[in-house]
Write a new protein. Sequence first.
Length: 94
Amino acid sequence: MIASSLLILGSLAFLIASLGLFRLPDAYARLHAGTKASSFGVLLMVIAAAIEFHDLSSIILLTATLVLTFITAPLACHAIAARVTAIKSKKDPQ
C-alpha cells in the first residue's frame, strides 16, 4: 500500500515535470522543472522499490540508481544551461 502510493506520487512528479517543460516560459525555468521534479520522482520510485524488494542486491542497485541520477541530472542541467547561455550571447552581444 505504501509502495503503491509512492509510485503514484512519483508518477505525478514526472507528470508535473513534463507539464513544466511545456508550460514554463524560458529555457532556465524548463531546466529547473525537468531536473528537480524528475529527480524527486525518481527518489519516490526508488523508495517504493526498496520497500517492495527486501534483498541486499536490489537495495544496492536502487542506491546506485539514485546516486547516479542525483549526480547526472545536475550535470546535464548545467551543460544545457551553459549551451543556452552561449547561444544567447552569440545572438545578442551586449
